[in-house]
Write a protein that binds this ligand. Sequence first.
Ligand SMILES: Cc1cc2nc3c(=O)[nH]c(=O)nc-3n(C[C@H](O)[C@H](O)[C@H](O)COP(=O)(O)OP(=O)(O)OC[C@H]3O[C@@H](n4cnc5c(N)ncnc54)[C@H](O)[C@@H]3O)c2cc1C
Length: 542
Amino acid sequence: MPDAVVIGAGPNGLVAANRLADAGWSVRVLEEQPEPGGAVRSGELVEPGFTSDLFSAFYPLAAASPAIARLELERHGLRWARSRTAVAHPAPDGTCATISTDLEETVGSLERFATGDGEAWRRLYALWERVGGHVLAMLTSPLPPVRPAARIATSLPPAQLMRLARMGALGVRRLADETFTGPAGGRLLAGNALHADLMPEVAPSAVYGWVLCSLAQQVGFPVSEGGSGRLTDALIGRLRSRGGEVACGSRVTRVLVERGRAVGVEIDGGELVTARRAVLADVDAPQLYRDLVPEQAVGERVLDDIGRFQFDNATVKVDWTLDGPIPWSSPEARDAATIHVAEDMELLTRHAAELVTGRIPAEPYLVLGQYSPVDPTRMPAGKEVAWAYTHVPHEIRGDAGPDGLEGRWDERETEAIAGRIEDQVERLAPGFRSLIRARHVFTPPSLEATNRNLRNGALNGGTAQLHQQLVFRPIPGLGRPETPVRRLYLCSASIHPGGGVHGGCGEAAARAALVRERARRTAIAVGGAAAAAAVAAARRRG
Ligand SMILES: Cc1cc2nc3c(=O)[nH]c(=O)nc-3n(C[C@H](O)[C@H](O)[C@H](O)COP(=O)(O)OP(=O)(O)OC[C@H]3O[C@@H](n4cnc5c(N)ncnc54)[C@H](O)[C@@H]3O)c2cc1C
């Protein structure tokens, strides 16, 4: 019997498993899919000889995360590859805002748009240099993150601390208006903020934009050389070297609960796997509370709150193999691995408003990845492998574009949305279409079929909006990995700090399990000592 069972071999499940194995626990990870990795997988998705990242691709969070750094995955085969231009935001007028890992280049890019904007970025980034390490520590600390918060407070003079706190209440549009006079800074901040399902006008989009742009500056937007699957391979190789096991094709259908404690799981087909010390679930919160744990063990209040749980937007992703690099009109965009495709802040607001009102965006905002500037091992010489994703609403009430899409995602609709995505790229890179060799399209249902956590194509395990952050994630009052069932911990992106490959959720859950086990052992030891003392005293009394 293992000490711990981990349900799901996504990055959070694997970080948790590694942490427990480091503490000497025996760990078995049970994964439903035929291969591990969750949303961190790669393979020849489109065409033999071309390696695509099936889901996540760029790992600034992983490269900077203390939870991942601690694992020293480089010793297990992980190699980061970086393009010097981390992210580019080209526009139809031929201009292109960029963040380079060289601060002077970023400053220069912004200065070309408006005098003073480069210096404004230098100041915003200086703030990150002072507190960024503590911000990242907050991401991997269970709530409340007392120590990193205290360190932030002591790193800054009171006035600057208040300004930082105020940034938490800002939309990214306002931050850009207050900071820059030209459009480039706003494009960069908002393009990054909208990796989460936030409108440029609402908090905490300013913080999201600042954190991601600062990470782009600090560590770049690295990829895992050879494919994102290598990151998963490193996590698994490390786990196995410490005796951990990973079993694929094992869907957990039930968490076994006895006297309010999780004692194991049942796998599809009826096999029971018991766990001596803990069960950790790398599954989305609604699956855990509605489908896996018996209703009476969860309780009415939690089930009621889970009824209000909100997933982040649905997603459509297109992967291409190409006969050559994408011919961006802006030369700067050719050097970047990550491109944001959106004319300007107005388009981002329109895109977000269409999503909020249930319409499929007419001109979708794209996050696009291209590998020739960063990892040429992925394709034959002179060729290119690339992808772009955009968001669509979960409940579709209409199509803001001309195709009458209804969210059926049949062949016609899949072709139409892929065509709309390709139009957006073609506008900035004339000739792009003629380079396409083949493509693969993930729609919301096909994303979910590859990983049930990607509910209807939701990427981040739940919305990033304020009402589901921090102590409200996944539900009010359960803002930690602990659940109402003793020895059962939620370790997926549905808990703080949410989506992204940073391992923070897995780290927090493993830590919670270890702390509880230590407390239990201490209690037993103290109880044992007290009992022994009582027996000795009774003997003395005769
Ligand atoms: C298209 C896409 C692009 C993204 N881009 C990026 C990016 O570039 N950078 C970044 O940092 N993040 C990105 N993300 C987000 C990031 O990948 C996720 O936030 C992260 O993978 C969440 O990790 P996780 O371990 O919580 O869950 P997941 O990665 O979703 O893994 C969960 C695992 O649990 C398994 N599972 C679920 N239920 C069961 C069950 N009942 N029994 C057994 N197994 C089960 C699933 O099959 C899956 O393998 C992207 C996500 C997607 C989908």
